[in-house]
Unconditional design. Structure first.
Length: 583
């Protein structure tokens, strides 16, 4: 559904009511854009974003006609970091502390849900109990009131980084020495948690956040088990969701899938072992399709040896990960001390590169596309879900306590629920700290080719920018009446390829969603359908397609070889028969 149009006057009215700018700033804007036409609302918004007066998220909501919901108590919402059926995560500013925070807010659907509020309280308590540089801090949990009634939020430390699931998508191979460093840091954060009598119970790449300097932090204690005292909240959570299988199927310890309430620190050691295995081998330990098969693998089978999968990996590291993934807790290292020491001997910290603003934009675009299920009855069923693909093609499923829940698309909700900060339907299963549930597209090496679905020639992408249009100076020339002189441009980014509409007359669509205006840009995903000029359709290639082409060529080569062998064999038999006849 396209973004509703808004006039310049309506935009300025929404800006005034929002409280995002002071009276002096507002007057300056009004004076500058005095006499603006109805078509200038987007131009005004872009100018304010470029000047730093608004964030992209704020501008998009104002352009949708919303004027409320930009503040939660003293916090000012800046960007959407992630969202799911149960909660939304925002980047916000705390004026009292002069700092940025990550603000987790319960969705309207679950403001009165005892299990969700209990989970948020447990997460806050765990984050406040542990004080360590490798653990994300929890600042406060509090209630607030909006136009719909009471709600809750959790304010946490904000880290500008990517989680390791995303990091895998940005890097085809992570050096094993860097993985050792990441594992060592994760171990140090978990050791601090265990010393505080907290068991994380959901250790996995998506819950390990790394910044540009290579510093790692453990996050999301929503499933944490606090063993220091009689926890009535923990008991309540167990009664609501059950305690037989709480965690993520791809990384869950065997004993945790039987009784999650009685596990100890060794369950986290197992999950960290699975995480290291996945990062080293670039595949999940048990990449089966169903959660049942994954859990059966953790309980009864051993994955292929790391020593066979990762050439050059030190034998000490391969043996350590194998012991961490032992089926019986007594056969594993009994504390994180041994894990930290062994990994530390081979660890090397390295800085990483990523464009955080582009990643944020991608997550926001995904938030508007997702249309999660509405059935609350799926809550228990999703507790053990997980990715069914190899790690190199991760797409996270809703894998934690509660399934993704929300019925409407973002624009449908925005039209009916003005001012609610929770109007952007987003990624699955409560991601945290910028954890994109659908990671950015991995860039492919070499030339890419968009297949024409209407029988025309393909569009080949070479270099960093490929312009498409009717003009002779364009890289790809399409002589069609629906195509403008300079229609669009494909741009290579750190996370894949993006598509930009160059003010084309008949527009550009991706999966039937139009790119609005000259500033519109979208990151393409494998399999996306691109429509140019309302007439020409193309398919953006995916990793599976690329692999399929290789397999097809391989089969073709084998077919030719077999045909040649058969022909030679037939000729040989014919010659032999002729010789026999001649004799």
């Amino acid at each position: 559904m396209p973004v509703p149009q808004i006039t310049a006057a309506k935009f300025l009215e929404s800006l005034e009511r929002s409280g995002l700018v002071s009276d002096v700033e507002l007057q300056s804007v009004v004076t500058q854009f005095d006499g603006a036409t109805d078509e200038d609302a987007h131009r005004i918004a872009r100018e304010l974003v470029n000047r730093g007066g608004l964030t992209r998220y704020q501008a998009e909501r104002l352009l949708a006609g919303e004027s409320r919901g930009f503040f939660i108590n003293r916090y000012r919402l800046l960007e959407l970091l992630g969202a799911g059926g149960m909660s939304y995560l925002y980047l916000a500013t705390d004026p009292d502390k002069a700092r940025r925070v990550a603000l987790k807010v319960v969705t309207r659907k679950y403001v009165n849900d005892e299990g969700m509020i209990t989970r948020l309280k447990l997460e806050a308590r765990a984050g406040q109990t542990i004080d360590h540089p490798n653990v994300v801090k929890s600042y406060e949990i509090s209630a607030f009131e909006d136009v719909f009634g009471p709600n809750h939020y959790l304010a946490m430390e904000f880290v500008e980084g990517v989680n390791l699931e995303e990091f895998v998508q940005l890097n085809r191979t992570i050096p094993w020495s860097q993985v050792c460093d990441m594992g060592m840091q994760a171990g140090e954060g978990l050791r601090a948690a265990h010393r505080a009598n907290v068991v994380h119970r959901d250790v996995k790449p998506a819950n390990l956040l790394v910044d540009r300097e290579g510093r790692l932090k453990l996050l999301d204690f929503g499933l944490a088990l606090l063993k220091s005292r009689e926890e009535t909240d923990e008991f309540s959570l167990a009664m609501i969701f059950g305690h037989d299988c709480l965690g993520t199927a791809d990384f869950i310890a065997p004993e945790q899938s039987v009784d999650s309430l009685s596990v100890d620190a060794r369950a986290d050691i197992y999950s960290l072992g699975c995480t290291l295995y996945a990062l080293f081998a670039e595949r999940l330990p048990f990449p089966e399709t169903s959660s049942r098969e994954k859990i059966e693998g953790h309980r009864n089978r051993n994955p292929p040896s790391l020593a066979d999968l990762v050439p050059g990996l030190p034998a000490e590291v391969a043996k350590l990960v194998g012991r961490m993934m032992a089926k019986q807790p007594n056969d594993r290292p009994q504390s994180m001390d041994e894990v930290i020491t062994s990994l530390g001997r081979h660890a090397r910290r390295q800085p990483i590169e990523f464009d955080f603003s582009r990643i944020l934009a991608y997550r926001a675009s995904q938030a508007r596309k997702r249309k999660p299920s509405t059935s609350a009855s799926t809550a228990r069923q999703s507790t053990t879900g997980g990715s069914s693909r190899a790690i190199s093609h991760w797409t996270t499923s809703p894998t934690r306590v509660i399934s993704q829940v929300s019925a409407e698309t973002a624009h449908e909700r925005a039209a009916s629920v003005e001012g609610d900060p929770n109007t952007l339907v987003a990624l699955s299963a409560d991601p945290a700290f910028g954890a994109a549930v659908v990671p950015p597209v991995r860039p492919f090496a070499g030339e890419l080719e968009l297949t024409a679905l209407d029988g025309g020639p393909p569009i080949r992408l070479k270099g960093d920018r490929v312009s498409v249009g009717r003009n002779p100076e364009c890289d790809v020339i399409i002589a069609h009446k629906g195509i403008s002189g300079k229609h669009c441009e494909f741009r290579r980014t750190a996370t894949g390829w993006s598509l930009v509409d160059l003010k084309s007359k008949n527009g550009v669509q991706v999966n039937d969603r139009p790119l609005s205006g000259s500033a519109a840009e979208v990151l393409l995903q494998p399999g996306d359908r691109v429509t140019l000029g309302r007439a020409l359709n193309y398919r953006f290639p995916g990793a599976s397609e690329k692999g399929g082409h290789r397999m097809e060529r391989r089969h073709r080569r084998w077919g030719v070889a077999v045909a040649v062998i058969v022909a030679i064999g037939v000729a040989g038999l014919a010659w032999y028969a002729w010789r026999l006849t001649g004799l």
